[in-house]
Ligand binder design. Structure first.
Ligand code: SF4
Length: 309
């Protein structure tokens, strides 16, 4: 599978079949907390990276495997609205299935008519907003120069007026950056101005792009939840990680997942219940020796991160 991964468990979306319609780390932000590392393909230009019909064909193939799927989620290893075939892709999926379609986006391009139109047919759109002003936005999300904070807010507002389905906001809380009651209250004013169906708070649980990024205290998280009237999805455990392509060998399966995000050490072992722990450890050591993976300790937890793309 070139474009599809999962289904993976998601607290918000159940069993979610992921679609990545863009090349790795293609984004108009370079968020300090990004689990994919710093953005390598830093662009704000929409492109037809792949033919939409090729992606729809892969979705069909995935259905043949009879996996239980609650949502088809267009997410990308970066920002999926940079894919110029997004509208066509959503329409194509809708023609072959009744399963709901979600799009996870940083919201930067919602100020564009074509992007808002492309998203209208989706069932749930999940944008992100981590800052209440341009200054903090630049510190946390590090956007391209042409991405303007006020235009994003107005874009979200316009989209809310046009879009009748579910709009769910995610706010990533970073210690000492946006976890103070003052900042959170300002974010809440924007949330009320736009009007979302649901608000979720999250924290950087996986190794972030920048070493200095930290998870806020539980006390701060509670305050954030209260001020933003949000649901906390921060410590959701991914117990079940599945890969539709069962033909892949263990090494390829580890690469497949770590290309999308760092993997906790214990998760790697649970990926291969048929293997003895020492065999899995041998595979990891071999991959580390070959320079494919590297171990990283973050928040006192051991992760495996891809070191070669
Ligand atoms: S977290 Fe999302 S929006 Fe931010 S840099 Fe990573 S892919 Fe882009």
């Amino acid at each position: 599978m070139k474009y599809i991964f999962g289904p993976v468990p998601s607290r918000r979306l159940g069993r979610s079949l992921g679609i990545s319609p863009i090349p790795p780390k293609t984004c108009n932000f370079s968020c300090v907390y990004c689990q994919l590392g710093r953005t390598t393909n830093f662009t704000n230009t929409r492109e037809m990276f792949y033919p939409p019909e090729e992606i729809v064909q892969e979705v069909k193939e995935a259905f043949k495997q009879n996996k239980e799927i609650d949502f088809i989620t267009i997410v990308g290893d970066g920002e999926p609205t940079l894919y110029a075939g997004l509208g066509e892709l959503i329409r194509g999926i809708k023609q072959i299935t009744d399963i709901k379609v979600a799009v996870i986006t940083n919201g930067a391009l919602l100020c564009r008519n074509d992007v808002r139109n492309d998203l209208l047919k989706a069932d749930v759109i999940l944008p992100t907003l981590d800052a209440p002003n341009s200054q903090l936005f630049k510190i946390i999300n590090r956007p391209r120069n042409e991405v303007v904070f006020n235009q994003i807010i107005e874009g979200m507002r316009m989209f809310r007026e046009e879009y009748t389905n579910q709009l769910w906001l995610e706010v990533m809380i970073v210690k000492d950056k946006n976890d103070s009651p003052e900042i959170l209250k300002q974010i809440k004013e924007i949330i009320d101005y736009i009007g979302f169906n649901k608000v979720f708070i999250n924290v950087p649980i996986r190794p972030p792009a920048e070493d200095w990024v930290e998870i806020p205290s539980l006390e701060r998280l509670q305050i954030a939840k209260k001020i933003l009237e949000a649901e906390d999805i921060s410590y959701y455990e991914e117990v079940l990680i599945e890969n539709l392509d069962e033909k892949l060998d263990p090494e390829q399966r580890i690469i497949e997942i770590t290309q999308r995000h760092p993997l906790r050490d214990d998760q790697v072992y649970s990926l291969f219940p048929e293997l003895e722990k020492k065999e899995t450890r041998k595979i990891l050591k071999k991959m580390e020796k070959k320079g494919i993976l590297k171990p990283v300790i973050y928040n006192k937890i051991k992760f495996w991160q891809i070191s070669k793309k």
